[in-house]
Design a protein around this ligand. Structure first.
Ligand code: FAD
Length: 639
């Protein structure tokens, strides 16, 4: 008979539960047992060997269209890479670079000739690639990249060049050692006959960088980033191009092309919109990184909670036993809210993957839906990766000295996930992107604007901030309507009350941000100063929005649970998530008179109360994560 933990697992696993099950089984193979070595060569060789095993068992095909040699199951592709994080984050990142980023650029920015030439070999790992976007001078501001790709009509080639020291490609996964080819982002410079050559903005080119012997090709100089804060199995490196020539056909030309005579053409006229359309198609990497961070947090919480359920410290009066660490209220307060948040984010991530799959497998894409997806992916990437960083550190401390030993996995999880807050988009920059979508009510013109420009746009056009409901629309509305019928029920454990508090905070922050923007716009001469004077407020509004989206996803997740006992448990966990968010932002709620002093105290009591109710179910809750036993076999747990 299915246990409560089984029901939790089924509910959390969501639409791609079969994919998750398959990866869980595969991870029991000896080759995927968690391992750690500071020896970069050994770690890199292991990651590559593991990838070969995955390639043989058909892992990569899901991410590519059937017509190109794949199976076209986008959701399955993202889910399986996310699950790899439970075994080893170097493997997850290296697989993500090869199939998600390099493969994703070819698949989404290329056309038939690129698909025919590269997709099958890159799925099978006969072609190892890297994704060379970031430069030493520019990471977050991709439009300002300096690498040039100048078209030479005489030879019908592009000349790829790094004109300045700051145009060196930097941190590129695979560039130090294994990649033979790079998807290089560069300013495309060309001229139609009789015209002067001009830059057409950033485009992507396929550029061979190493020969079969592993040596750099002429004009290419690669170097190794060496030891990093984590991810020893990923060979991050740098690339400098000195007038490297590639055929005209190496431009990934789905959104723009250059004719033999140098004439530039694109179906998207506006250069900004073109750029954002191109990078928008690469969203999958961001979704995967957020999901993998969530998976790593679940591994850490599974380890730390199991440890807390066996570790004893200090005598209990009138008892022969020492106290189980998990029985201390403070320990419950440290771990259980993080478990609750992991559930919340997992449900939100599942919704995101479903939307990604639906949009990327649809025949036609509605631009507004695409932009909403991009904003949601940005927000959840930030939320998941920040959560992982905080949760894993707490788990490390919760395991005391044992938590600091490499054999117990937590330090590697911490080191490896640290950079997840930075790559695939720095979290603060991504949060700003969420705000942009919210404040401008998804206006199409905003897509390609710089932060200063869109702030000006928002200041002049925002009147009513549009509140967009999540997929849980109906369920949430029913909860809110029921609450309105019974208004005196303002209990903090009432879901309608919680939803209202989240919504009110978001609406207030958004509308006041819009008003401040308008005022700043009138007051300041310098548009940058106007923008900068409200930046913190705008980011808080975006964070409040993400919190609301995550809470609504939790509510929908509970609704999808088919077992009553498991659903009740999820209900208590959802209370804990909601009350913890309110408690963490208590000062704001009180400052803005959304919470009286008495109710603020009640929030703290509510968190304690839910910690107590959930304590007996701690093991069940982490069993619901279904982290494979083989990846939990750490020494301190007797593994
Ligand atoms: C291990 C690793 C692997 C990587 N792999 C790849 C890869 O395979 N391919 C690739 O192309 N890139 C890769 N990167 C690069 C990564 O994507 C960039 O580091 C990232 O985009 C951030 O850019 P940056 O380092 O230039 O930081 P910056 O953009 O310089 O950011 C520095 C700080 O400034 C803040 N900041 C920036 N802009 C604003 C703003 N408008 N408002 C407020 N604050 C701001 C940020 O929040 C951040 O804290 C990798 C990086 C690492 C570390």
């Amino acid at each position: 008979m299915a246990t409560t933990a089984d029901h939790l697992r089924t509910t959390l696993d969501g639409q791609w539960r079969e994919v998750r099950e398959k990866v869980r089984v595969d991870l029991t193979r000896e080759e995927f047992a968690p391992h750690f070595t500071p020896d970069l060569q050994a770690a890199r060789a292991t990651a590559l060997e593991q990838m070969r095993i995955l390639a043989e068992s058909g892992y990569a095909a899901n991410g590519f269209a059937a017509a190109h040699g794949g199976t076209g199951d986008v959701g399955a592709a993202v889910t399986s890479i996310e699950m790899l994080a439970m075994s080893d984050l170097s493997l997850m990142v290296k697989a993500g670079v090869q199939w998600g980023l390099f493969g994703g650029a070819i698949e989404n920015l290329g056309t038939a000739r690129h698909h025919a030439a590269y997709v099958k070999p890159l799925i099978d790992l006969d072609l190892l690639g890297c994704f060379a976007m970031t430069e030493t001078g520019h990471g977050s501001d991709v439009q300002a990249l300096e690498t040039t790709a100048t078209y030479d009509p005489a030879t019908q080639e592009f000349v790829i060049d790094s004109p300045t020291p700051s145009s060196r490609k930097d941190y590129i996964g695979g560039a130090a050692q294994h990649a033979r080819m790079a998807a290089v982002f560069a300013q495309l410079i060309t001229a139609a006959p009789g015209e002067e050559a001009t830059s057409r903005g950033v485009h992507c080119f396929v550029v061979p960088i190493r020969g079969e012997d592993g040596a750099d090709l002429p004009g290419v100089t690669t170097s190794d980033c060496g030891h990093k804060g984590g991810l020893p199995g990923v060979d991050n490196g740098r690339i400098v191009f000195d007038q490297v020539r590639v055929p005209r056909e190496n431009l990934l030309n789905k959104y723009a092309d250059v004719a033999e005579d140098g004439t530039y053409s694109s179906p998207i006229e506006n250069p900004n919109r073109r750029f954002f359309t191109m990078v928008g198609t690469l969203i999958r990497g961001r979704v995967t990184v957020g999901g993998a961070a969530g998976a790593a947090a679940r591994v850490a919480l599974s380890i730390a909670t199991r440890y807390a359920l066996q570790r004893r410290q200090f005598d209990k009066p009138k008892s022969d036993d020492e106290v189980l660490v998990m029985d201390y209220l403070v320990h419950q307060r440290r771990l259980l809210p993080l478990i609750a948040k992991s559930y919340a984010l997992h449900f939100a991530q599942n919704q995101l993957v479903t939307r990604l799959h639906d949009i990327q497998t649809a025949d036609e894409v509605d631009p507004q839906e695409q932009r909403e997806l991009e904003a949601r992916a940005a927000g959840l990437k930030a939320a998941n990766t920040w959560h992982a960083t905080r949760a894993i550190q707490e788990c490390r401390e919760a395991c005391g000295g044992a938590g600091y030993l490499t054999e117990n996995r937590l330090v590697a999880l911490k080191a490896d996930t640290d950079v997840f807050t930075t790559f695939e988009g720095d979290n603060h920059v991504l949060t700003q992107l969420v705000a942009k979508e919210l404040l401008t009510s998804y206006a199409d013109e905003v897509r390609g604007m710089s932060p200063v420009d869109w702030m000006r746009f928002a200041a002049t056009t925002v009147s009513d901030v549009v509140k967009k409901r999540t997929a849980a629309q109906q369920i949430i509305q029913t909860i809110l309507d029921t609450r309105q019928d019974n208004e005196e029920d303002g209990s903090l454990f009432n879901r309608g009350t919680q939803l209202n508090m989240f919504e009110d905070r978001e609406e207030y922050l958004l509308s006041t941000a819009a008003r401040r923007l308008q005022a700043a716009q009138k007051r300041e001469d310098d548009p940058f100063d106007a923008f900068n004077s409200v930046q913190d407020h705008v980011l808080r509004a975006a964070e409040a929005h993400i919190d609301r989206v995550v809470l609504e996803a939790f509510v929908a997740g509970i609704d999808s649970c088919e077992d009553e006992t498991a659903a009740d448990l999820l209900g208590d966990l959802c209370d804990l998530y909601a009350l913890t968010v309110i408690e963490d932002d208590k000062a704001w709620f009180m400052e803005h008179r959304h919470l009286s002093v008495e109710r603020a105290k009640a929030v703290t009591r509510g968190v304690n109360e839910r910690c107590r109710t959930l304590r007996p179910h701690a093991l069940t809750l982490i069993e619901g994560f279904a982290v494979p036993e083989s990846t939990l076999g750490v020494a301190m747990l007797g593994g």
